[in-house]
Design a protein around this ligand. Structure first.
Ligand code: SAM
Length: 395
């Protein structure tokens, strides 16, 4: 989107076009496009119709505020989920922060949550069109268009009770990137902010390699529902004292009171297949908080580095999905195929850890047919690769 179109979209003329687009029962139809083009120029008509579908997706991701905001496709994709933004804002408030400087705000999902939490917000965005939309989306905030790597010193000079918030873009001209060298603002700048005197929170992709994380920062591996959504790095007053600290954080109904487990545990010991197996939430695995997730119960792993927990009985925990093990077989396709045939299994779920097996391809080769369903869990054990037949423990 060009900045001029963004300005028009956020003007009175844009509001009129949006009203007309919202009144359409099928905004993606040719009829809707024709009707809007008869009243507005083609670019504004297309942008208004686009907003209708972006806003409806934004409500799913952000919550009701998403319906009042203006989006670009990229801006919505990069936006933080609503409850997670609210958690970050609540944490900043709880730490006594009164003002946040959002260095790379995009359409402003994180900034908006800060405003909603009663924080003062200065937001900066390098893309002029996106900055225009952010200005509309963040009433009451100061929104600047510019390069934060040039502006940060000026913005932070003499500021008290101020936190820096960074959520670097992970895209290149070729699409999404996982390489730390590709993030913008640059990793060098992010590290400089983390080492600075202010409370700083940085959102990184959940796949960030652990060895890249700077020493002395606090790292929250943040889960929402069953997903690991980000690594949040905290420094300054929020980092806690001394050394690195890893936690698993599960954001739920009340974002100001997430479930938290302290991680950084030594590796669990390994042992034989037991009556029950748990799949830990991925946040627990990244934070290395598996013993804590099982409330300190006697659990072990099937093999070094294989993140399944084995125990005689399930331990109730919001972090663990438990399965009862019904049978154990060597990992041989002939054996598995006979089992599937004998038990007339038509719906087969296959979970794999630590083995080079493609579950979809294996499922096809096992030719499931019949009225029953089953779950196979494939993993290495001290006795070699095994296939376990498992049933989810409900509740
Ligand atoms: C991942 S998005 C931020 C999403 C935001 N936290 C949200 O929840 O909506 C990162 C943004 O930073 C912007 N950006 C990248 N480098 C920048 C720079 N040097 N100065 C200012 N903004 C920058 C990008 O254009 C992009 O819009």
């Amino acid at each position: 989107m060009d900045p001029d179109l963004a300005r028009r979209l956020t003007s009175a003329e844009g509001a009129e076009a949006l009203d007309a687009a919202r009144a359409e029962t099928d905004p993606d139809s040719l009829g809707a496009a024709t009707r809007l083009r008869s009243r507005f120029d083609p670019d504004l008509a297309a942008a208004a119709l686009d907003q209708v579908s972006l806003r409806s997706r934004a409500v799913d991701k952000i919550g009701p505020a998403g319906a009042q905001m203006m989006w670009t496709r990229d801006g919505l994709e990069q936006a933080t989920r609503g409850p997670v933004s609210a958690w970050r804002a609540a944490r900043l408030r709880q730490a006594g922060i009164r003002r946040v400087v959002d260095l790379g705000c995009a359409c402003g999902a994180d900034s908006r949550a800060c405003l909603d939490a009663g924080l003062e917000v200065t937001a900066v965005e390098i893309d002029p069109a996106v900055a225009e939309l952010a200005r509309f989306n963040l009433p009451g905030a100061r929104v600047l268009c510019g390069d934060v790597e040039a502006l940060a010193d000026e913005l932070m000079a003499g500021a008290a009770a101020t936190a820096v918030m960074l959520d670097p873009a992970r895209r290149t001209g070729r699409g999404r990137s996982w390489r730390i060298e590709d993030i913008r603002p640059s990793w060098g700048f992010v590290r400089q902010m983390l080492a600075g005197p202010f409370t700083t929170v940085v959102k990184l992709g959940p796949g960030v390699p652990r060895e890249l994380l700077p020493e002395g920062v606090r790292v929250d591996w943040v889960g929402h529902r069953r997903d690991l959504v980000e690594a949040a790095l905290w420094s300054g007053t929020e980092s806690g004292s001394g050394g690195s600290r890893h936690s698993a954080v599960l954001v739920g109904e009340d974002p100001s009171a997430p479930l938290t487990l302290l991680g950084g545990e030594p590796a669990l010991s390994t042992g034989p297949v037991a009556d029950h197996l748990a799949e830990p939430h991925p946040a627990v695995i990244r934070a290395r908080a598996m013993r804590a997730a099982a409330s300190g119960a006697d659990v072990h792993l099937p093999a070094p580095g294989i993140a399944y927990l084995l125990a005689p009985e399930p331990v109730a925990s919001p972090w663990l999905t438990w399965f009862r093990i019904l049978a154990e077989m060597p990992l041989a396709e002939k054996v598995l195929r006979s089992w599937v045939r004998e038990h007339r299994v038509g719906t087969l779920e296959i979970k794999v850890r630590g083995l080079d097996v493609d579950p979809a391809a294996l499922r096809r080769r096992l030719r499931p047919r019949g009225p029953n369903r089953a779950t196979f869990i494939l993993m290495p054990t001290s006795e070699g690769a095994r296939a376990l037949v498992a049933r989810r423990v409900e509740g």
